[in-house]
Design a protein around this ligand. Structure first.
Ligand code: COS
Length: 383
């Protein structure tokens, strides 16, 4: 039996996120899009209503929300401002490996404080020479006595400059490739963590993205997540869980663009009538609305699978790929309907288009999603 209706709690959550996006994010989106200021004030409010820690189980002080709840919230927040959404959800990305693989003690020690006052976390996987090929990272964690000493660097780290907690992936056994990677929970105050320059990005400018350097960062062995050599699997399983929300963000960005386009084309008069009455406009709007709905269904299905504890890697990759591709396509088409006005910064369309682009790139490029999907769909091939 398929039931697409949301529960009363989910409807209330959706309404709360929508209201937050409308009242707090939208009016400030252009200001933070300038990129000279971190949206600390809005994040404080997002923390207070529980969005930043929504996925942390309630026994550690978080919202304990389901994956379906999370994607519902993600769509609304990205509708408000994709950059601020990224700041909020990047912390969830770093909390996820702790939620999935942390011991009871690690969860209490590292997750609980994140729910007590506003703080951010970063998932540190990507390196300059290890982006899509995440298994080829070079950051090294050498075991000395009862601690690990980490040396190396990471790039494109969301929240890296503002985080109080990092989950760092590093080689513990360089001879073993991806099977020689381990994951560590590292508090910000650990000596040897150096924050590099903040990236000047095309979109998501309300989010903080930096390079990180590790110089003899000493981490107690008890901060190892899972077992030595499990790091790559931990990273992959985490991404299986966090890619559907990126698809949801694509739906939110696309929905915002479509709504603006509908409003504009109903009032823009050319050749004596609103341009929404031209078939070219109306059919474009029909196509956009259909693709947004299709993307949302993929996202919800992937989240539902996760909530059932079922395998979801392929479906999450589909949701991420399709949701972000739809965001790119819809924002491009919607901007076109605005004509020259769409290209101007006075209108919201160009920001939406810039923001859509990153969704196709981060948390695994859409080419990587196609790789994951095709491997899953085709299965093993004898050669
Ligand atoms: N769940 C569990 N295990 C997984 C897995 C998953 N989703 N994906 C891969 N693995 C396991 C494989 O089963 C394999 O295990 P064995 O060594 O026991 O066979 C191991 O991990 C290596 O996997 P694989 O051979 O598929 O690795 P590849 O290097 O060929 O490809 C991709 C891995 C490309 C899928 C991976 O590197 C990737 O996702 N890259 C993108 C990284 C990314 O998203 N970065 C964004 C930055 S984080 S915001």
């Amino acid at each position: 039996m398929i039931d697409f209706s949301l529960t009363d709690e989910q409807k209330a959550l959706q309404e709360m996120a929508r209201e937050f996006a409308q009242k707090e994010m939208r009016p400030n989106a252009a200001k933070y899009d300038k990129g000279d200021e971190f949206p600390q004030e809005i994040m404080q409010k997002a923390f207070e209503v529980g969005f930043i820690t929504c996925e942390i189980p309630s026994e550690y002080g978080g919202g304990g929300l389901s994956h379906l709840d999370t994607v519902i919230i993600s769509e609304e927040l990205a509708w408000g401002c994709a950059g601020m959404y990224t700041t909020i959800m990047a912390s969830s990305l770093a909390y996820t490996p702790i939620i999935l693989f942390g011991t009871e003690e690690q969860k209490k020690k590292f997750l609980t404080p994140c729910t007590e006052k506003l703080s951010f976390a970063s998932f540190c996987l990507t390196e300059r020479e290890a982006g899509s090929d995440a298994g080829s990272l070079k950051t090294y964690a050498k075991k000395v006595g009862n601690e690990y000493i980490i040396n190396g660097s990471k790039c494109f780290i969301t929240n890296g400059g503002v985080a109080s907690l990092y989950v760092i992936f590093a080689l513990t056994d360089p001879g073993k490739g991806a099977r020689g990677i381990s994951a560590f929970i590292v508090p910000r105050e650990t000596p040897g963590i150096i924050i590099g320059k903040e990236e000047d990005k095309m979109g998501h400018r309300a989010s903080n993205t930096v390079e990180l350097f590790f110089e003899d960062v000493k981490v107690p062995a008890e901060n190892l997540l899972g077992k030595e050599g499990m790091g790559f699997i931990i990273a992959m399983k985490t991404l299986d869980h966090t890619r559907a929300p990126v698809g949801a963000a694509g739906v939110g960005v696309a929905r915002a663009a479509l709504e603006y386009a509908i409003e504009y084309t109903k009032t823009r008069i050319q050749f004596g009538k609103p341009i929404a009455l031209f078939q070219n406009t109306a059919f474009k709007i029909a196509q956009m609305a259909t693709e947004i709905n299709a993307a949302r269904h993929l996202v919800w299905h992937a989240a539902w699978l996760m909530d059932q504890g079922k395998p979801c890697g392929v479906e999450s990759a589909m949701a991420k790929m399709y949701g972000s591709d739809v965001a790119m396509k819809v924002t491009t088409e919607a901007l076109q309907l605005f004509g020259g006005y769409g290209y101007m910064k006075d209108y919201p369309m160009e920001k939406l288009m810039r923001d859509a682009k990153l969704l196709q790139i981060y948390e695994g490029t859409n080419e990587i999603q196609r790789l994951v999907i095709s491997r899953g769909v085709i299965g093993p091939i004898k050669s």
